[in-house]
Ligand binder design. Structure first.
Ligand code: HEM
Length: 439
């Protein structure tokens, strides 16, 4: 947990590019660290390798009915319905994302702030607005506060162990039905996890209210958020399915994106030469103006900085596919029930694919013959991250807005390490910075 990538690197040195890890209560996980077998895994038939089954750990967090938990024809159909909303989302909300960035940082000019908390708040705010379509400030604030509390309370070691070892969906239902009401009777402090149960129940109620509102506004053409597009889609999704999708989007989308932004600021502040090149490009392409959709394709260096952050610090270090039918891969026979796991973190540090892989060098994405298929931060095949276009779009708009409008200086930084934080990786410390107006 303290050093997830270092640990995997030691396993690779000791056992080679294919090795098995066994965790209590989970099926054996066979890690693959070479491009060939990883490509085979991504291309394999979903009847043989099943991604939804390997995501069972999401049941407590997001519920069992989101796209991430489906397999086969149901997965294919749900993805088809979600793909277009996600690809259209970024451009439609570019101005809102830039505005939210200014709103998050402008009031704090001249102050020292914890960048990690600010970036998390910003990416959550963007998702609540763009994916859920919540415009009412009071509801957006409440959802925001509940999500942060939910994550903070459900990621303590005892809770994490419970939702990994027990059937997550039943545990969740039990907490809502039986434990949450105890807080109303004043037993909240005495009963373990009562506060978390209350947060889950309130979050559910608010999400169902948001879904009901989207259904009432189905014919409002101004609503172009993911929830509205899903509610209007061909697949008539039930409220419970929509709720699970919204939770999955909020959980999968906000920390992954904000952690990438944290790393971008850390790497840029630590490397004056990289920062100077990014600023020179921004001055030429954006100048004093607001960051617009048209400017993004010309921000090649900024994009390379983000790719390099995703390579060296992948928020999701590995993905999984459960073996449904015994099969063989790269000469390894895989019995039914084990999970094969393409190791994103190890592939991204493979010296056969990347020159000086430990070095942070955005230039590799501009000058070298990098095979883009080796960058698998968003997974691959039929399960490639649905939020990829939206996330990359958001990262570019937010980072470009931040760097053109503000100067960001590090304040007493310890050296940043990649650590495991709940389901994803994150930065080891809060990243204190001083923000000042640039123009
Ligand atoms: C830097 C940001 C992000 C990274 C690195 C990332 C990474 C990933 C990865 C590795 C997977 C698993 C893919 C596989 O199994 O092959 C995934 C799946 C998924 N992601 Fe993301 N993600 C990011 C942002 C987002 C955002 C912003 C959203 C939503 C707004 C999102 C929604 C999803 C969904 C719904 C899935 C499940 C897809 C499926 O099972 O078919 N992600 N993501």
């Amino acid at each position: 947990m303290r050093d997830p990538v270092g640990y995997l690197e030691r396993c690779r040195r000791r056992y080679g590019p294919v090795f098995t890890l066994r965790w209590p209560g989970m099926p054996p996980m066979v890690y693959f660290a070479e491009l060939g077998p990883i490509r085979e895994i991504f291309r394999a038939s979903p009847d043989v390798l099943r991604g939804g089954e390997s995501n069972v750990v999401l049941d407590f967090i997001a519920g069992p009915r989101s796209v991430a938990r489906l397999d086969g024809a149901a997965h294919k159909q749900r993805r088809r319905g979600m793909h277009t909303p996600f690809t259209r989302l970024g451009p439609r909300y570019a101005a809102a994302m830039a505005d939210n960035t200014l709103r998050e940082f402008s009031p704090r000019e001249g102050q020292i702030l914890e960048f990690r908390a600010a970036s998390q708040a910003l990416s959550l705010r963007n998702l609540i607005q763009c994916a859920l379509g919540v415009e009412d400030p009071a509801r957006a604030e409440r959802l925001h506060a509940l999500m942060l509390e939910f994550i903070a309370r459900s990621l303590n070691p005892v809770m994490a162990l419970s939702w990994m070892l027990l059937p997550g969906a039943s545990l969740r239902a039990f907490m809502i039905r039986r434990v949450a009401p105890l807080t109303r009777r004043g037993w909240g402090k005495r009963v373990r996890f009562a506060a978390l149960s209350r947060v889950i129940a309130e979050l559910d109620a608010l999400l169902y209210a948001t879904i009901a509102e989207a259904r009432r506004e189905l014919h409002d053409a101004r609503r172009v958020d993911v929830l509205s597009l899903l509610a209007r889609g061909d697949e008539a999704l039930r409220d419970e399915e929509l709720r699970d999708e919204l939770m999955a989007i909020l959980v999968a989308g906000h920390e992954t994106t904000s952690t990438t932004l944290d790393w971008a600021i850390i790497e840029l502040c630590a490397r004056p030469r990289v920062m100077a090149r990014a600023l020179a490009e921004l001055d030429e392409v954006v100048g004093e103006a607001a960051v617009t959709v048209d400017a993004l394709p010309r921000l090649r260096y900024l994009r390379a900085v983000l790719y390099e952050c995703l390579r060296l610090h992948p928020p999701v270090p590995a993905v999984g596919r459960r073996v449904a039918t015994a099969t063989e891969l790269a000469g390894v026979s895989l019995p039914r029930g084990v999970v094969v796991s393409p190791s994103i973190a190890l592939l991204h540090r493979d010296p056969n694919l990347w020159s000086a892989p430990q070095r942070f060098s955005p230039e590799r994405f501009l000058d070298e013959q990098v095979d883009r298929a080796s960058l698998i931060a968003f997974g691959g095949g039929t399960r490639t991250c649905l939020g990829k276009p939206f996330s990359l779009f958001q990262l570019q708009v937010v980072l470009a807005t931040l760097l053109t409008r503000f100067t960001i200086e590090p304040v007493d930084w310890p050296s940043a390490r990649l650590v495991q934080r709940g389901l994803f990786t994150g930065v080891s410390h809060p990243v204190r910075v001083k923000v000042a107006r640039r123009r």
